[in-house]
Design a binder for this molecule. Sequence first.
Ligand code: SAM
Length: 317
Amino acid sequence: MMLLNDKFGRSFKTLRVSLLSTCNLGCVYCTMGTEEEVMIDKKAQTPASVFLNHIAQLHAQLDLHTIRFTGGEPLLYRELPQVIEGVKALGIPDIKLTTNAFLLDRIAPALKMAGLQYVNVSLDAMDEESFFRMTRRKQLSRTLKGIETALACGLDVKINAVMMKGKNDDQVLPLLEYAFERNIPIRFLEVMTMGHLFGHGQEYLFSQEDILNIIATKYSFTKQYRKSSSTANYWQTAEGKVFGIIANDTEPFCQDCNRLRLDAEGNIYGCLSNNHAIALSGNESEQDLKDKLQQAMSQKQELHFTGSEMSMMHIGG
Ligand code: SAM
């Protein structure tokens, strides 16, 4: 096993696997809403055996503690239960998924059975009009039903909400109240200048401070201690309810980021701010794999998230 630590003591402990680069929603921060991005059934999918081979090799070097499946939309990946079962068999302790939950209602029990424990649901609005403005799709009710089913199955659910100035900044309190009523942990995210937003995403930035100012109109709260490698800052309201903010832009967490990313073409990346793909063949010698991981580690930013032209639809959020 390899002890890969950089000068900040960072190592790769979490692997985020983007299973495919297509999605059934067209979220405005992630996509341009083109046909190509939603050509769901027309693209061949990478077999689960190929992902599992890469994951096993990486795990042997890194002793991973978390795998998070993402995309595109991972629920569109046909072998999702099989890939989860395979990761469980490798003995990786935490198996997580990031999804828009549109299809979760029907598949949540099978995923739980396969070994999935944690689900982050992306939910950026609580009314149909704002939901459409953010996702270019109707039927918010499908996402909400997916959340209810996942909770009923015993999955550990969190909500992630990307906030964009002028698009859904009126949704902070409705989202917070939905989460508080159900005791679902919620994190608000500052928008990142990735993909089509690279170079001009700042115009949509609704900052941590903006979000706190809105919450302060209804709740009083105190800041909580931030755990190392946590992506979010957390606050607790006087009523004991907790919410988080992932301040990707104004307070990035680069210095204790422990993430490695694998895309559906078998490329690894050490940082979202660097879109240079490091290709894995799946047949690397131990030394070759170590060299590639070292290269991925050297991609990590020291302090500032700068974003890149890489689409989140491709590399996963
Ligand atoms: N389709 C799944 C979903 O919606 O959760 C997984 C993939 S999607 C790329 C995952 C998440 O990435 C989004 O919901 C959002 O939280 C995050 N994301 C994508 N683009 C982003 C951006 N420009 N800024 C901030 N977060 C972004």
